[in-house]
Design a binder for this molecule. Structure first.
Ligand SMILES: NC(=O)c1ccc[n+]([C@@H]2O[C@H](COP(=O)([O-])OP(=O)(O)OC[C@H]3O[C@@H](n4cnc5c(N)ncnc54)[C@H](O)[C@@H]3O)[C@@H](O)[C@H]2O)c1
Ligand SMILES: O=C(O)C(=O)CC1(C(=O)O)C=CC(O)C=C1
Length: 363
């Protein structure tokens, strides 16, 4: 029997619990310091057992996942180093920053356990166990930050357990992780929040701002709704990196200032072209499904029943769909459907069929 204890069964811990619960010979224990949370974890069936006793959860675990806000990680690691953990126990965390937690773990002496930093590169602006999903990590990157002192055998055991998440595991140096996560996650969150607050200011004088805000504003600001405590802790923890990134960001926005002052259309075109090219190289992650490279996009008019009509047409022609996704970014306009197939053959057949039926199909 493998026993996994999860401290903080929220969005991230709850999603890990859902990936593991019910797997053969697996027991998932949830820990929270609040009795009401423990009750909720049990009621929602996210864990096999939940407790408010940290020691009880920790001492029977083969793996301990710390999924609490970054500001609480060190106190938990310190507490764990005082317990009589099971021999071979692996402690890991899911925090969005890695250097400080790795340094804290290095400074402690665990009698029986090994600490390996972790960070699943997936999440959402939602929080709490209500937002947890067993599909959250599929095809996402999951960073581990072992150092030169971490036994390979321990890393291998953690990687094996994490295979249940269907994430791609990558090993990254903790300091490099914080620089990269700063640029691709923490800085965008600060930009989104500043942008929303800037527009909120204008909206106080004219509420048309709020009414007219459409796809573009929604796309770039979704993450501004992240949990304030979780983000407070991440930003403060990674502040040295972030201060440097904000200085670079200010240089980037100043480029726009001079392009506009000089009415330099060519430079604006080039900036969009360069950004578009880089962005199109980023693979779109297909959440909640086995990775499929056989996708097409269909423009759909806003008619009731249109999705059913398309899927029936495919089904009647024995073309097997593996997934269907309504692209969120077009929520205010007639939408786009992404249809995924398991083979090139099905994809080709679908394109011919849907085009013949008058749909606009793109690859
Ligand atoms: N939100 C994301 O997109 C995301 C993605 C990857 C990693 N992370 C990291 O994962 C961790 C958890 O974030 P989340 O988004 O799941 O947040 P969350 O608010 O959904 O979950 C946090 C959980 O920790 C519990 N908790 C809070 N303080 C606690 C304490 N002192 N003791 C015990 N439990 C406590 C909360 O009750 C909650 O169940 C954070 O370290 C965060 O940096 C977040
Ligand atoms: O998709 C989102 O909403 C997220 O905020 C996820 C996101 C990110 O910035 O990409 C947020 C924090 C993480 O630590 C990892 C992933």
């Amino acid at each position: 029997m493998t026993t996994v204890a999860i401290f903080g069964v929220g969005l991230i811990g709850g999603s890990i619990a859902l990936c593991l619960k019910g797997k053969p010979d697996m027991k998932v224990i949830g820990y929270s310091n609040r009795p009401s949370s423990v009750e909720k974890y049990m009621q929602r069936g996210v864990v096999d057992y939940a407790t408010t006793s940290m020691q009880e959860a920790a001492e029977q675990a083969d793996f301990i996942f710390l999924c609490v806000p970054v500001g609480n990680l060190e106190e938990y690691i310190k507490q764990l180093s005082t317990f009589d953990l099971k021999p071979g126990c692996i402690i890991t965390d899911a925090g969005s920053t890695k250097a400080s937690v790795m340094e804290c773990a290095r400074s402690l002496h665990f009698r029986n356990a090994t600490f390996i930093g972790g960070h699943p590169m997936a999440g959402s602006e939602r929080s709490g166990v209500e937002a947890a999903s067993s599909h959250l990590y599929e095809n996402a990157y999951y960073v581990l930050t072992p150092d030169e002192t971490t036994p390979d055998e321990a890393v291998e055991r953690l990687v094996e357990l994490l295979s249940h998440t269907k994430a791609n595991i990558v090993k990254v140096d903790a300091k490099a992780h914080d620089e990269i996560a700063g640029a691709i996650s923490h800085l965008p969150h600060m930009i989104a929040v500043s942008l929303v607050n800037q527009v909120k200011g204008y909206n106080e004088h004219n509420d048309l701002y709020e009414s007219l805000a459409a796809g573009g504003f929604r796309d770039i600001t979704r993450i501004a709704s992240g949990d304030p405590i979780v983000w407070r802790d991440i930003l403060i923890n990674n502040r040295t990196v972030l201060l440097g990134l904000l200085r670079d960001w200010s240089r980037e926005t100043n480029k726009f200032v001079s392009m506009l002052e000089n009415a330099d259309g060519e430079a604006i075109e080039e900036a969009f072209r360069e950004a578009g090219q880089f962005r199109s190289r980023m693979p779109e992650r297909r959440k909640g499904m086995i990775h499929s490279a056989f996708d097409c996009y269909v423009d759909v008019p806003d008619h009731p029943g249109i999705i059913g009509k398309i899927t029936s047409e495919l089904g009647n022609n024995l073309i097997n769909l593996s997934n269907i996704h309504i692209i969120e970014s077009r929520e205010d306009v007639p939408g786009i459907l992404r249809l995924s197939f398991r083979s090139q053959e099905y994809l080709d057949q679908a394109i011919v069929l849907l085009s013949a039926n008058g749909y606009d199909v793109h690859l």
